[in-house]
Design a protein around this ligand. Structure first.
Ligand SMILES: [Fe+2]
Ligand SMILES: [Fe+2]
Length: 335
């Protein structure tokens, strides 16, 4: 049961939406019917307050993850082994910055302020994907991040192209196309290293050992322990459960590991003839919660790097505002 008024905030200058004669219950019934039909909910449509809040939380966490995700890899741009790998990595890291921007813009369509969102990230109040709190120790980590981390991200994000909120769904279409390039470049990098020296192969195996379990954790807790899953499913934000996505990821990744010639660090990984899926061992959820709660190996560094980048970029934002004001003045004069 929602207790909010019908005239929910829709931006200062916008007229209130919808036929006045409808009661809130009717608005909600209309919203539910739209979701059930598979229609998109658009920014100016009426929506339950809890739906809006859930989306702002999810989209902003997603945006934060994209821009924090630039850090572990950005770290390796200067050390890329060839010009080709350097340009690929540069393009990938820039893509992630772009993903963050689309997503902040999508959150803004729900009435969130970007300054507030950024402030929540910088103060440590907002969460981002825990995977980025692990260190990137060798060049092989860059390949494994593309292969496993971007691979898991695609699994998570493809269903979001059909989520009920229009701006989020549309942003995800382009993001998923770029994520698929990220996954392929990671796999290609690893394939090259696996054809190299014994040391290079060992480096790939070591990176796989370190990233495999955190990648499985990217799908979030088991469905029964996932606090927001029920509502998200009901509202058409989430289409496939955490456990089902994780299983899809394992099923897709095991054959890829064989092609690469690496071993996935799970002695219980075994094909189950009866289910047609790969069974895998238990996930260490104490590690997951520890990292989610801010105790990941690089949590402090990541946040400090983010805040520094924001402060160092202040002059760019000021210059952009000054330029926009100058343009507006010119336009007014011309008019
Ligand atoms: Fe991304
Ligand atoms: Fe990516």
């Amino acid at each position: 049961m929602y207790t909010q008024a019908i005239d929910i905030p829709q931006g200062k200058d916008e007229p209130k939406r919808g036929p006045r004669s409808l009661t809130e219950v009717e608005y909600e019934a209309e919203f539910d019917a739209k979701v059930a039909r598979g229609d998109f909910i658009e920014p100016k449509d009426w929506m339950p307050d809890a739906y809006r809040k859930t989306l702002v939380r999810q989209i902003s966490q997603h945006a934060h993850s994209e821009i924090v995700g630039m850090l572990p890899e950005g770290n390796w741009i200067t050390r890329a082994p060839t010009l080709k790998r350097k340009s690929i990595l540069l393009a990938k890291v820039q893509d992630e910055g772009g993903h963050g921007l689309y997503l902040y813009a999508a959150a803004e369509t729900l009435g969130a302020s970007r300054d507030d969102l950024v402030e929540a990230l910088h103060s440590g109040k907002a969460k981002y994907s825990s995977i980025f709190n692990y260190p990137t120790l060798t060049w092989a980590d860059i390949g494994v991040i593309g292969w496993l981390v971007d691979g898991a991200a695609i699994m998570n994000q493809i269903p979001l192209t059909r989520c009920s909120y229009g701006p989020y769904a549309r942003a995800m279409i382009r993001i998923c196309k770029e994520e698929s390039f990220h996954q392929r470049q990671g796999f290609d990098l690893l394939l090259t290293m696996m054809q190299g020296s014994a040391e290079q192969r060992a480096m790939v195996q070591d990176a796989t050992n370190r990233w495999w379990w955190p990648s499985l954790m990217m799908f979030g807790p088991h469905d029964k322990d996932s606090p927001h899953s029920g509502d998200s499913m009901k509202w058409g934000i989430k289409r496939i459960s955490n456990d089902d996505l994780r299983q899809k990821f394992v099923d897709a990744t095991v054959p890829q590991a064989r092609v690469l010639g690496v071993t996935l660090p799970d002695p219980l990984l075994k094909f189950n003839e009866a289910t047609g899926h790969w069974d895998f061992g238990p996930i260490d959820w104490s590690e997951f919660w520890n990292v989610v709660n801010g105790h990941g190996p690089c949590a402090k560094d990541r946040l400090a790097a983010r805040v520094k980048a924001w402060e160092d970029g202040a002059w760019v934002r000021e210059a952009a505002v000054a330029y926009a004001e100058k343009q507006a003045r010119r336009e007014r004069r011309a008019a």
